[in-house]
Design a protein around this ligand. Structure first.
Ligand SMILES: NC(=O)c1ccc[n+]([C@@H]2O[C@H](COP(=O)([O-])OP(=O)(O)OC[C@H]3O[C@@H](n4cnc5c(N)ncnc54)[C@H](O)[C@@H]3O)[C@@H](O)[C@H]2O)c1
Length: 311
């Protein structure tokens, strides 16, 4: 059986696959598409992160493909319907990086609410900007509005409650009277109620037609003028130009974006140099610990699948 890994995977997980299968690991293969395609003819299992587009072109070059392992959660780089039509199993690392994302949300929420950590240069130069930095806000008692109450949303609620935050959420796929809301000590709200109520709004929905531009100029205007917006879900869910305009006009307290319409962000983006904005390069779910969990989960599940496919 032949396994091809086109993006970064933790070394022990690669070694585990190599001990069982003919495994090719090249984390730069994603950037050499023609070479990658040419190598797929005998491929039984393909393992990718979020940069390898597993589309009709890939499938047409991989006639023996049985399983795609995704070192992460979002499946928007994989044509899941085409895989299903060919009987190819798609295995995401559901849950394995949830804690990394939830901690990122809490960390950036605290940074942006407090607003006091950009003073290193000034303090180093002997300035003492106590006045402008004395109005930061505490996290306890604030309301965090969680949009999409799945695995990451629920874990974020748990961490936020540990800090004394009130948790509210919007998720149209979960019934208003579902037992889950009480179990997670979280109030179910309409989207409008959540936007009007929350000091921090954090997004944990997949990118779908229904969630594209979910946070647009109208929704931003419906948020509290000092609220914080955090998007670790997917680019395309937040209208980047509208967000930049709201921050520049001080109609929003701050924002953190880990995901973008186009990654890497293009030069000249309206987001560049925006006030009170934290930009990170799609790493919310990527920590040492999460890498280990994601890689070992995918190595185990892909190996199980291939072994069952041959038994
Ligand atoms: N930045 C990163 O590094 C990173 C890492 C992991 C996951 N993610 C992203 O985080 C997102 C959430 O992941 P998860 O594991 O919690 O997924 P999940 O499937 O467990 O939860 C998603 C939730 O969104 C809800 N939902 C669907 N459509 C909705 C809508 N229109 N409005 C409100 N809620 C809606 C679903 O009912 C579900 O409860 C995914 O998009 C994933 O791609 C990003």
């Amino acid at each position: 059986m032949n396994v091809i890994i086109t993006e970064f995977m933790d070394a022990p997980a690669v070694a585990a696959l190599k001990s069982k299968f003919n495994t090719t690991y090249d984390e730069t293969l994603v950037d050499r598409r023609a070479e990658m395609l040419a190598g797929l003819a005998e491929c039984d299992a393909l393992i990718v992160r979020n940069r390898t587009q597993v589309n009709a072109e890939v499938l047409s070059h991989a006639p023996k493909l049985k399983v795609v392992g995704r070192l992460g959660v979002g499946l928007d780089n994989i044509d899941v319907a085409a895989c299903k039509a060919r009987g190819i199993e798609v295995i995401p690392a559901t849950g394995a990086n949830a804690l990394a994302v939830a901690e990122y949300v809490i960390g950036t929420a605290m940074l942006l609410l407090r607003g006091a950590y950009q003073s290193s240069a000034a303090v180093g130069e002997g300035k003492w900007p106590r006045g402008p930095l004395s109005n930061g806000r505490e996290t306890a008692g604030k309301t965090i509005g969680i949009v999409g109450f799945g695995g990451i949303g629920q874990l974020t609620a748990k961490l936020a409650q540990g800090l004394g935050m009130l948790t509210v959420a919007y998720d149209p796929m979960i019934a208003d009277d579902a037992a889950l809301w009480n179990a997670h000590h979280t109030k179910c709200m309409t989207f409008d109620e959540l936007l009007a109520t929350s000091d921090v709004v954090t997004l944990h929905v997949p990118l779908l037609d229904a969630t594209r531009n979910l946070i647009n100029a109208t929704r931003l205007a419906a948020m509290k003028s000092d609220a914080i917006l955090i998007n670790t879900a997917r680019g395309g869910i937040v209208d980047e130009a509208a967000l930049a305009a709201a921050l520049r006009a001080q109609k929003l307290g701050g924002a953190a974006l880990d995901v973008f319409d186009e990654e890497p962000l293009k030069a000249g983006s309206p987001l560049a140099d925006c006030p009170n904005l934290i930009l990170t390069p799609h790493i919310a779910g990527v920590t040492k610990e999460a890498n280990t969990r994601v890689s070992s989960l995918i190595a185990d599940r892909v190996a199980d699948f291939l072994q069952h496919a041959t038994s």
